[in-house]
Design a binder for this molecule. Sequence first.
Ligand SMILES: Nc1ncnc2c1ncn2[C@@H]1O[C@H](COP(=O)(O)OP(=O)(O)O)[C@@H](O)[C@H]1O
Ligand SMILES: [Mg+2]
Length: 411
Amino acid sequence: MSGLKIALIHNLKPSVKAEGVPADYYSECDSPKTVQAIMKGLAASGHAVFPVEADRHLPEWLKDHPVDLAFNIAEGFHGDAREARIPALLELLEIPYTGSGVLTLTLALDKAKSKQLFRFAGVPTPNFQVFTRPDEPLDARLHFPLIVKPNGEGSAKGIWASSVVHNESALRTQVQKVQQQYRQEVLVEEYIDGVELTVGILGEDDLLPILEIDFSDCSASGEFFYSWRMKEFQGNKELHLAPRFWCPARLTPTVARAVQAVALKAARSVGFRDVARVDIRLSFDGIPFVLEVNPLPGLDPEESNLPFMAQAAGLSYEALLQRLVNLALERSRQSGKLATPSLLQGGEVLSSIPSSDKAVPMSPPPQSRVLPGSVEKGSGSPGNPAMAVRRVPPRSGEPRNDDPKEEDLGR
Ligand SMILES: Nc1ncnc2c1ncn2[C@@H]1O[C@H](COP(=O)(O)OP(=O)(O)O)[C@@H](O)[C@H]1O
Ligand SMILES: [Mg+2]
């Protein structure tokens, strides 16, 4: 069986933090463990996988190592288009790649711009204001509590328990802190008390079962939402940072469908391709407020949410990765731009790849497809014992060299 030559383009989490960058600066980067898991998962489908760092040496490397496809998980460093750099390079070199393109990766990284597009598409999103200076007048239409976030980061970078503020003076202190550390615009949003949900989408409109993240057991940690500490130490019971995961979420089928529909609309409004994870807070009065679209969702098989949701739909980790490969190949075939001759050899390569449609039987409803395991087939009523409860391997509470100091955490 012959597979493809795949470059796994990534940014590895450095073992030593550079001077002068925030303590959580590298949180979006992938760990060696994640990179190895993706390599192994792709190799299981018969591919030859070459891990390569997304840095300034990449153009040279790609010249010296012709590949059939790039599997892109690079988050990039610096600048408002950091996630789009690799897709831009790959387009220049006419190398097919997985996932979203340049425009989507740029837009989705800008939370405020994304929210403008959500609004235009009729997608509920919390009321907000962008601060370029801490002393800007506060829009009187915003209601406390508010949450303060860097406008162009992910993995909850710059988001701590102290990010939720209850008065104007706390707001200004927090805006100043985020601006100092991240040197970018600061997004201030109304804090939505409610249920934390995330929705995975594959292909054009295949919806994975909704994942609910329940923080009610975490109150002793002082954290009460998906903050940086909650993500970084996820599963650590000693630190009381072990949220409960419900997949499918404990929603009625009607609410679940509404949540999925809104998620798909949001992802489409930024033009996602192949895969996205849409973060949502469902208010207690039932409005699914979209926070952001993640076109580069984490792919760690044990710790990331998307593979877990895929698994709940009966899609193994290997099948999920292969699905992403197939989608990229299909696109490059349709555009008539097959990057290298090896893809043209008699269909041999493609026929060796199991199609995800074979791996996961799906039944297409009219507008979008809902993968098995979702509320469509499972039972979505609250407290249903059939729901999967996720076990996340606990992370150590020992200080690591990339851990923020207490003062960085704003606690
Ligand atoms: N407006 C909000 N209301 C309630 N919680 C929020 C709000 N914005 C962010 N959060 C919390 O912070 C987490 C991270 O915020 P998010 O906007 O998704 O940024 P990131 O890109 O870092 O994941 C969310 O998953 C949620 O728990
Ligand atoms: Mg998020």
